[in-house]
Design a protein around this ligand. Structure first.
Ligand code: PXL
Length: 269
């Protein structure tokens, strides 16, 4: 398999379960070469977010210049970007370096309620980042904020996914983890709607699932999978990581990225 270069542009999680740390673990166990551009530092553990320290937009831009002027990337994902000025800087560099295969995880609020995206930055996300996006991966609350669609059913998820494509992304996966029934994810690729049915595991160790899913999706695209196969693989990756989570810390523990290494090999992936 080709050795792919995958970049995350996101926030750090000192507790290691979400953000940049989850992304780099995912990239590594999926056999991609991981790179990271840090947009913000969080002081965080499984109990919650204790502090948020965004970087200066120029610092984010300079990291992107360093990566793209030398190494390049076969796929890029964004996570916590925090502010409108950081989003503007990121979008400018993505345009400058003609990035394709861009997975946007529109991270807004951490489980405990801490804002990981300032409220006034939503407009910048919509106006500047969505037009560059290959696939966006909102959970239900994020899809509601971005589209204004109130989501309580799978049909509502389909409406929101179509709305996101109308807003400029090439494709949208609306994740059903917040549904009360089985977690069904909905993909709209501009032509076709498909459903990815998962199993719900009774566990509180779900910290970093969104980051992990979008990171795995970016690796799939970097490896040249088509979108539907990359979504299925990312869902398999995060489901296994949730089902094999080990108790770490006193709150919402992290998923287990290492589970992928011990799975029964399905194919050469
Ligand atoms: O899962 C969303 C997320 C993204 N990025 C960082 C986070 C979190 C959730 O806590 O801490 C840095």
């Amino acid at each position: 398999m080709k050795h792919c270069r995958v970049l995350t542009i996101a926030g750090t999680d000192s507790g290691g379960g979400a953000g940049i740390q989850a992304d780099l673990k995912t990239f590594t166990v999926m056999r991609a070469y991981g790179m990271s551009v840090i947009a913000a530092v969080t002081a965080q553990n499984t109990m919650g977010v204790q502090g948020v320290y965004p970087l200066a937009p120029e610092a984010v831009g300079e990291q992107l210049e360093s990566v793209f002027s030398d190494i390049g990337a076969d796929a890029v994902k964004t996570g916590m970007l925090f502010s409108a000025p950081i989003i503007t800087e990121v979008a400018a560099k993505l345009r400058k370096f003609n990035v394709s295969n861009l997975v946007v995880d529109p991270v807004m609020i951490a489980k405990g309620g801490s804002r990981l995206l300032e409220e006034e930055a939503t407009a910048a996300l919509k106006d500047e980042l969505l037009p560059l996006t290959t696939v966006i991966t909102p959970n239900i609350p994020e899809a509601e904020v971005l589209t204004g669609v109130k989501i309580t059913t799978v049909d509502d998820m389909k409406t929101a996914a179509k709305q996101l494509v109308a807003m400029g992304v090439q494709a949208a996966v609306v994740k059903g983890g917040h549904l009360t029934a089985d977690p069904i994810d909905v993909l709209f690729d501009g032509k076709q709607v498909s459903e990815f049915v998962g199993r719900r595991y009774q566990t509180k160790n779900t910290h970093g699932t969104g980051c992990t899913f979008s990171a795995a999706l970016a690796v799939g695209l970097a490896h040249g999978l088509d979108l539907s196969a990359a979504v299925q693989q990312a869902k398999d990756f995060v489901s296994l990581a949730i089902s094999k989570a080990v108790p770490i810390g006193h709150g919402h523990g992290p998923t287990n990225h290492l589970a992928w290494l011990d799975r029964t090999p399905l194919a050469d992936n």
